[in-house]
Design a protein around this ligand. Structure first.
Ligand code: ATP
Ligand code: MG
Length: 342
């Protein structure tokens, strides 16, 4: 069986670990919506089992999960077209992850930069789940035999690991059962940086709220955060080369380009030579224009939590039609005795 014999299928996820931000939107969510428009099955997941690899307040986790689902729908995901699920409601993810824990090697996990960044100097005190996280992510993807995974740049290494796990499983058991998944990292904003530090990724888990634009921020907050964003004293360049060694300037121009659906070259042709005092209000206006319809719709959807819960329950039923047979086949390949009917 060659790789191309797998039916093309798209899977991706976002953690309910805090507020959705502009990086999640441009690097992931907006791409999810683009893939939904293609003629392929699309499955999008709120990965709550990943979120608890670091401490989450239980009430906040429930709220963030529903808010994330509201964000998915407000941004344009249609629960009739895409399968929208909460990871913990589809138990096959965690079941396949255990098998992959036995396929992946300690050395592979130790090399993961996200593990090093998130565990930091305190690795002995980090959860075992944080270390094993990439094996669960491989299971999230491969339990659907997904072939395409749209993500931001920071997930590239985890997707390479997903391929390594699929290859080793196929090799060890002499099968061609799991596809070698393609990472899809595309667009002008695959790595949106913090507004406070152009060398750090914008993240939900950054303790500074000023570092990110949240999808739930109101217009004034967005304008204020952009006004206060770190920059340098130079005017904007007219050529892309002029952004080298200027991480903060490059970040703001990239954000503008991604939101305006322009290339960086086109943006610089328009704004080259201008000061940040002029460019920042332009960026703030654009951000508010693009985000506020999503924010308003998210707030409306959050008034109907029972509807959100039903969407997730329906999504889980549809998802399990795919995941249950794949897990059963995996168990059989590995040599587990299936229960007979009594
Ligand atoms: P956390 O800090 O809890 O890890 P996060 O902000 O990194 O949260 P994730 O849920 O880990 O968000 O990632 C969800 C998706 O958003 C992934 O595809 C990831 O690559 C993408 N993403 C996250 N941050 C950015 C960013 N700054 N720029 C572009 N894409 C991003
Ligand atoms: Mg992350």
């Amino acid at each position: 069986m060659s790789e191309t014999s797998f039916t093309p299928r798209v899977f991706s996820g976002i953690q309910p670990s805090g507020n959705l931000h502009l990086g999640n939107y441009l690097g992931a969510l907006k791409r999810f919506v683009d893939w939904q428009a293609k003629d392929m099955e699309t499955i999008y997941c709120m990965v709550d089992l990943h979120a608890i690899t670091v401490w989450q307040d239980p009430a906040d986790l429930k709220k963030s999960t529903r808010e994330l689902c509201a964000g998915f729908i407000a941004a344009g995901l249609d629960p009739e077209k895409s399968i929208l699920i909460n990871q913990s409601q589809v138990p096959e993810h965690a079941q396949l992850a255990w098998i992959f824990n036995c396929v992946a090697r300690m050395g592979w996990m130790q090399r993961m930069t996200q593990w090093k960044d998130k565990a930091g100097k305190n690795a002995q005190n980090a959860s075992l789940g944080l270390f094993a996280y990439p094996a669960l992510m491989a299971a999230d993807i491969l339990v659907y035999h997904a072939t395409h995974v749209p993500v931001g740049e920071d997930q590239k290494q985890h997707l390479e690991l997903t391929r390594d796990i699929a290859i080793k499983f196929n090799h060890d058991y002499g099968v061609n059962f799991f596809p070698e998944t393609e990472p899809v990292i595309e667009g002008a904003a695959t790595r949106v940086m913090s507004l406070r530090d152009g060398t750090k990724k914008m993240s939900k888990s950054d303790p500074s709220d000023a570092s990110r634009i949240n999808l739930i921020d109101d217009a004034d907050t967005i304008a204020k955060k952009i006004r206060k964003a770190k920059t340098d004293p130079e005017a904007l360049p007219s050529e892309v080369e002029g952004l080298e060694e200027r991480p903060e300037a490059r970040n703001l121009v990239n954000i503008y380009a991604a939101m305006a659906e322009m290339t960086v070259e086109q943006v610089l042709a328009d704004v080259g030579g201008r000061q940040f005092s002029e460019f920042k209000p332009m960026l703030a206006d654009l951000a508010v224009a693009k985000m506020s319809p999503i924010t308003t719709e998210m707030a409306r959807l959050m008034q109907h939590q029972d509807e959100i819960d039903k969407i997730l329950a329906k999504g889980a039923l549809r998802a399990r039609e795919i995941t249950a047979p794949i897990l059963r086949q995996t168990y059989d390949i590995v040599g587990m005795v299936a229960p007979v009917s009594l």
